[in-house]
Design a protein around this ligand. Structure first.
Ligand code: ADP
Ligand code: TYD
Length: 197
């Protein structure tokens, strides 16, 4: 079972990824939790670039893909092959959204990724109004680029929501308490993965 959690910054992905892993472990499942960008060399380069200056659009896209190739081959594919539940905080849908917002075609990005990256069984898209998401993460990034940042995240949210009608996608409204969001996530799990108590 491969579960991916996506959404714009501040929607509660890390909070809910942790809660979902705890819930499944309490049910006796073996869970491998991970995230992108990873803490490997490419992911570290990407994280540092947020402070040292963003890479060019092409370089950035290629680096997210290199990071993911390594992540898939070293961690995701082996864990799935061992029958474990894999929970990811961000995956190639973030590339569709964020690099899509930077000018690339989300459909092309998807094709490029699905050539090597397994499609999840369940994609949970955490959704929250932009103002509420930004207020949850505080003033980070405020300043001269604030307008650009809002425009960007708004486009990212649109790209995420454009996936809503796909069979493996569930949109989770996170304008609720953390407990209520966790309940909605558990309700979205298939019964074979402890979806019902
Ligand atoms: N349902 C919620 N209601 C209110 N605050 C929340 C909720 N879920 C998470 N938060 C808080 O919002 C902030 C962002 O949450 P986080 O899980 O880090 O989001 P993300 O990983 O999507 O950026 C954190 O301070 C977290 O404690
Ligand atoms: C996985 C991925 C993340 N990102 C971006 C989204 C985030 O702004 C940033 C870092 O992700 P993340 O660590 O989830 O951010 P935070 O912990 O600050 O919420 O990387 C992309 O632009 N493309 C991608 O493919």
């Amino acid at each position: 079972m491969f579960i991916v959690i996506e959404g714009i910054d501040g929607t509660g992905k890390s909070t809910q990824a942790k809660r979902l892993a705890e819930y499944l472990e309490a049910k006796g499942q073996t869970v491998v939790s991970s995230f992108e960008p990873t803490d490997g060399p490419w992911g570290t380069l990407l994280r540092n670039s947020a402070e040292t200056g963003r890479l060019s659009p092409e370089e950035e896209l290629e680096t997210f893909i290199k990071d993911r190739r390594e992540h898939v081959s070293k961690k995701i594919a082996p864990a799935l092959a061992q029958g474990k539940i894999v929970i990811l905080d961000r995956y190639y849908f973030s590339t569709m959204a964020y690099q899509g917002a930077r000018g690339f075609d989300p459909t092309e990005i998807r094709k490029k990724n699905e050539a090597f990256a397994p499609v999840p069984d369940l994609l949970l898209i955490l959704d929250l109004d932009l103002d509420k998401a930004l207020s949850r993460i505080g003033g980070r990034g405020a300043g001269t680029n604030e307008f650009e940042r809002r425009e960007n995240l708004s486009r990212c949210r649109e790209i995420f929501l454009s996936l809503a009608s796909e069979s493996f996608v569930r949109i989770i409204d996170t304008d609720k308490s953390p407990d209520e969001v966790t309940e909605s996530i558990i309700a979205a799990l298939p019964t074979s993965t402890c979806g019902q108590q």
